[in-house]
Ligand binder design. Sequence first.
Ligand code: SAH
Length: 218
Amino acid sequence: MEKSIIQQSDKYASARERMVRVQIVDRGISDQAVLRAMRKVPRHMFVPQEHIREAYDDYPLPIGYGQTISQPYIVAYMTEVVRPTNRKSALEIGTGSGYQAAVLAEIVSHVYTIEIVPELAEISSKRLKSLGYLNISVKHGDGYMGWPEHSPFDIVIITAAVEQIPQPLIDQLADNGRLVVPVGAPYAVQELILIEKKNGKIQKSRLTFVRFVPFKRL
Ligand code: SAH
């Protein structure tokens, strides 16, 4: 007999549960909403067919067009750091596969996400719709200028490495908002930086070292 859909989704459910326990909880992520989101989003639906067996493994995967879906732990870490709640809105730069947007959308009220590669914007937009995410808006374009019509954002997540943080994205951050971004040279190790805005003032903290694909300009 052919493997039923249920058996298949069970297979992924146990891989996903193991991913959350071993890669995420054991490394110190404790925000319950973040853990719930990581347990729910079907990561295997966000990776290319040829990598589906590695969907829950502990590393980034290629998604075509020279881009990658981040390692699960990094997605969980960046999501926890911006303190998502159901009253907050978020802007993501670098939709890629749409996975980080989906994880955020499980928690916040709305996610606006911008992708510079037209094919990825299109594929991810369709994927997120077919998975039932009504609270994600995907736009094709250069995220440098942000999405002023929907600003300010309580959360800004930049998932490509910048040498300098784009000023429009800092400007579109709400008061008491949090922005997270990898800063450093392309194709090198970058530092993950957290920006907090308090009474209009910017506070910067250095979090950890990461490796992201470069932020491009149109
Ligand atoms: N968050 C993604 C992974 C991002 S990889 C996920 O969950 O799968 C980084 C993405 O940023 C790539 O898809 C790349 O094309 C995109 N990107 C790079 N520069 C950009 C820019 N200026 N504006 C919007 N997207 C950009």
